[in-house]
Design a protein around this ligand. Structure first.
Ligand code: AMP
Ligand code: ZN
Ligand code: FE
Ligand code: FE
Length: 278
């Protein structure tokens, strides 16, 4: 009997993953996954095309996105699932993110050049350009040995080439997801350090939280599973696979079962029958 496993969190080359959306589908099948959602940062450019690519291949898909947001000066990620692909609220917020990212990208390049580390502008268009693309270019130039080193020395908050860029609120991200008839989920709450931030997020109108994440131990996930059950929220999970920029995290290392996936799939089918992959 095939065990149903759906990875609900991964990134393609439309954002900072190193595999294309088609390669992600192929890898999901090779890894024995039966469900998948690609959740690129601030873009849905993989959809609806990847749904057609995956159709009939044995891996069911639902649309997903991971919005970058700020709350009281701290970065928070908001996952959106099973939204309608014909609503405009998510694409319009994505367009604003794209402008924010383009501006920030050029400012970071200026900072790096001022530090004696010029890098060439990436020529091929990327829907959601981010710091990992810059880190990769820095490795190619020989300025750093790894993505981690690039972040640690230059790109992370508080480091010399960090640029915060324009900020979008968690509430705005929630509104866009709900206006697009999707379900909003707190991404990787395990990584949130501040207790007051967790408290704020848990009081917002989310529909779920990501209880199963990356390579966390069941013991570390227990707390979030309990909270989701207590609030009667959806309990989602995924690997946050990025390909070779995060080589220690394999696709499918965190996942949800059929029951959770079916809730999301039914939700999607209600409003987007035409775009539904089988
Ligand atoms: P950005 O969206 O441009 O702000 O970049 C954030 C992304 O960079 C995250 O989603 C991660 O994929 C990656 N990232 C953040 N911090 C690190 C780090 N310390 N080492 C490697 N990758 C990181
Ligand atoms: Zn990322
Ligand atoms: Fe994230
Ligand atoms: Fe992610």
């Amino acid at each position: 009997m095939i065990m149903f496993r759906a990875d609900l969190h991964c990134h393609s080359t439309f954002s900072d993953g190193t595999l294309s959306s088609h390669e992600l589908v192929d890898l999901a099948i090779a890894n024995g996954l039966t469900g998948l959602s690609i959740t690129d940062h601030d873009t849905t450019d993989a959809y609806p095309e990847v749904l057609s690519y995956a159709a009939g291949k044995g891996v069911a898909m639902i649309p997903g996105i991971e919005f970058s947001a700020m709350h009281k000066g701290t970065s928070v990620h908001v996952l959106g699932y099973a939204f309608s692909l014909s609503e405009q609220a998510i694409p319009s917020l994505c367009k604003r993110h794209q402008e924010r990212r383009e501006k920030r990208y050029h400012k970071i390049l200026e900072k790096l050049a001022a530090q004696g580390m010029p890098i060439d502008e990436i020529e091929e268009p990327i829907a959601s350009i981010g710091r990992p693309h810059i880190a990769t270019a820095m490795i190619q130039k020989g300025y750093v040995q790894s993505v981690e080193e690039a972040f640690k020395k230059y790109l992370s908050e508080g480091r010399p080439c960090f640029i915060p860029g324009e900020a979008f609120s968690v509430e705005e991200s929630l509104d866009a997801i709900h206006a697009s008839k999707g379900l909003a989920v707190i991404a990787h709450p395990h990584l949130i350090q501040k207790t007051s931030l967790v408290k704020d997020l848990l009081s917002m109108p989310f529909d779920g939280l990501e209880g199963y994440y990356a390579l966390f131990f069941p013991k570390q996930e227990e707390r979030w599973v309990k909270i989701a059950n207590h609030k009667n929220w959806l309990l989602t999970g995924g690997s946050d696979f990025h390909g070779s920029i995060k080589p220690k995290i394999p696709l499918g290392c965190s996942w949800v079962g059929e029951e959770t996936f079916n809730i999301l799939q039914r939700h999607f089918k209600q409003h987007d029958l035409r775009n539904t992959a089988t």
